[in-house]
Design a protein around this ligand. Structure first.
Ligand SMILES: Nc1ncnc2c1ncn2[C@@H]1O[C@H](COP(=O)(O)OP(=O)(O)OP(=O)(O)O)[C@@H](O)[C@H]1O
Ligand SMILES: [Mg+2]
Length: 175
């Protein structure tokens, strides 16, 4: 019987993750028994051929998609059985995510896109606004703070997405 809480030193841990997608003729097994663990302060890169399952793995580790099997722990808590709403609430506190396709809101400027991350977590005030501007400056976008997101270059969009991922100061605790 899998335990609800493990007392490991890992910030994030996954055990035996499995994920399949329905294909045109057969089921595509993308993740097949993936174990993964990350300690606080550790940096990890994941390499693999196009289509090998990197984005799927990140989506599952961050709770954007559910695994079909296996267990996922955030700060030792088994989030596998969390309801979607509980998982979403935990994710806004625990996780910052930069998507492969950015997913910036086209009608918003760079600053408003960064603030969107805070708005979703219900945290917009003057200090958050200052923090958003500081993050944009930190990623080298001082001259583009109010630039339309549709007129940013690809790398600039990616950097706005990085600032948005950091706005809620992720990993300050999910409990
Ligand atoms: N929602 C889905 N439905 C069906 N198949 C999917 C779905 N999402 C991903 N796949 C398939 O699963 C496999 C893994 O996709 P994934 O996006 O995780 O790959 P990736 O390693 O991130 O690739 P890339 O380097 O090209 O971004 C691919 O073969 C893809 O076609
Ligand atoms: Mg990908």
């Amino acid at each position: 019987m899998p335990s609800e809480v493990n007392n490991s030193e890992y910030l994030l841990e996954a055990k035996a993750l499995g994920k399949q997608f329905p294909g045109a003729d057969s089921v595509i097994s993308v993740l097949d028994g993936v174990d993964f663990a990350l300690r606080p302060g550790e940096s990890v890169s994941i390499r693999g051929e196009s289509g090998s399952g990197k984005s799927t793995l990140l989506n599952v580790l961050s709770g954007l998609e559910r695994a079909d099997s296996g267990q996922l722990f955030w700060e030792g808590k088994d989030v596998t059985k969390y309801s979607l709403s509980k998982l979403a609430a935990a994710r806004t506190r625990f996780m910052g995510f930069v998507f492969q396709a950015y997913y910036l809101a086209p009608e918003l400027n760079a600053l408003e896109n960064v603030l969107l991350g805070a708005r979703i977590a219900g945290r917009v005030d003057a200090s958050v606004r200052e923090r958003a501007e500081a993050l944009l400056i930190r990623v080298g976008l001082k001259e583009r703070i109010r630039h339309s997101s549709t007129k940013l270059s690809g790398g600039e969009r990616q950097r706005v997405a990085v600032a948005r991922a950091m706005i809620n100061d992720p990993v300050t605790g999910i409990s």
